[in-house]
Design a protein around this ligand. Structure first.
Ligand code: GDP
Length: 363
């Protein structure tokens, strides 16, 4: 029915009838592309992502994770285009050994953020997923409450490739998530290997989840990981475990005093909490807020992000050079031959490497 305002005699404010807007994607094309499992154009992904369309975001992330060169270049085009809309989130790295309570805690942290109307992306870097066939991180069922939230995007770790490659993909996914309006990004990793360094190189705040145990709390924790942490939080401070958790916290505080001052000038804090019972969560976020105010005031926030961009430029160059080299058919074959000669002690490793590189550079 027409609006009364559309009557010729109507004198007041008018409302246009409006036209039916055409779909952004030709439906016929869409169907066809779907059938061929083909792709949208970079602009269509960009438009979708900027609108906060989760399906488009998800599909663009799949492109980032793909090993096909045409997907790679399309993904890069999308990233390039949304880059001006990214960078506005609070990026938090979360690490801890298996069983420390990462997923329970992320569920609880996430629910805390939901109460503040935040939009949260949960990403992961899991270098072991290739071997275990299927990621142990980012599994939705591990975060039961978050899994059903409209404002949460959970994405398991990219599974293929080297740690550097997996980490780059996660970093690029952060860019897309930010452009899609996610204001908080968690990057989870298992605290057992080098992946912390990779996470550290893409987040603003690095949170280490620890447990209180028996005896020496600091045993088995790599000094390097502790040095990276902006906050150490002792989980499972509930029931009969509260005293032990507090004791562990005191030990961590003492240990931190022995470390050299951090680059940011921030003094890492230690808190106890219970992810399972949602206790002490607000205090953790107060600490994170405090950190952000601090580094934004000193300029360290910007400085760190710039350093990270530089780091990722070199990381990407390294990754691409390696890929170009190791995926060359002639080189692959040559490597096999030289490997055999080296194993049979007929050629020194140094000479073998030099010979292969010579062939590569002369190509
Ligand atoms: P992740 O491997 O680091 O992701 O650890 P999970 O979140 O899967 O937790 C490992 C186990 O610890 C599970 O059985 C959890 O129920 C339990 N857990 C996690 N957080 C807490 C907590 O705050 N208190 C208690 N008592 N148990 C917890």
């Amino acid at each position: 029915m027409d609006h009364i305002e559309n009557d010729d005699k109507y004198q007041g404010l008018t409302v246009n009838k409006g036209v039916v807007s055409p779909p952004t994607v030709n439906p016929y094309l869409k169907k066809n592309l779907r059938a061929k499992k083909s792709l949208y154009s970079a602009n269509e992904y960009v438009e979708g992502i900027l609108k906060g369309d989760i399906t488009m975001l998800s599909q663009a992330v799949t492109l980032i994770e793909s090993t096909l060169p045409e997907h790679y270049s399309l993904a890069q085009e999308v990233i390039e285009k949304v880059l001006p809309y990214s960078g506005n989130s609070v990026r938090i790295g979360i690490t801890g050994v298996p069983g420390a309570g990462k997923s329970t805690s992320i569920d609880s942290f996430g629910m805390h953020l939901m109460k503040q109307n935040k939009k949260l992306a949960v990403l992961a870097i899991d270098p072991s997923s290739e071997r275990s066939k299927g990621s142990i991180l980012g599994d939705k069922t591990r975060m039961e409450r978050l899994a059903v939230q409209k404002n949460v995007f959970v994405r398991p770790s990219p599974s293929a490739g080297s740690l550097g490659g997996v980490a780059r993909k996660t970093r690029e996914t952060i860019v897309l998530c930010e452009a899609a309006g996610f204001d908080t990004v968690f990057v989870e990793t298992v605290g057992v290997g080098q992946s912390e360094t990779a996470v550290h190189s893409m987040v603003d705040f690095f949170l280490l989840i620890q447990l209180s145990g028996t005896g020496d709390e600091l045993q088995g924790i790599k000094r390097g990981i502790m040095e990276m942490a902006d906050g150490i939080v002792i989980n499972k401070a509930d029931g009969s475990n509260i005293d032990k958790a507090q004791l562990a916290a005191a030990q961590f505080r003492n240990a931190l005093h022995l470390f050299p001052p951090t680059e940011s000038g921030w003094v890492p804090k230690v808190k106890t909490y219970s992810g399972y019972f949602d206790l002490g969560i607000k205090e953790i976020f107060d600490m994170i807020d405090e950190y952000f105010s601090f580094v934004k005031e000193t300029g360290f926030f910007e400085f760190k992000r710039q350093q990270q961009s530089k780091y990722w430029m070199y990381q990407t160059i390294d990754e691409k050079i390696r890929e170009h080299f190791y995926e060359n058919e002639e080189i692959k074959q040559l490597l096999q031959e030289k490997e055999r000669l080296v194993l049979d002690s007929k050629l020194s490793s140094f000479v073998a490497a030099k010979e292969v590189l010579k062939v590569y550079y002369n190509k």
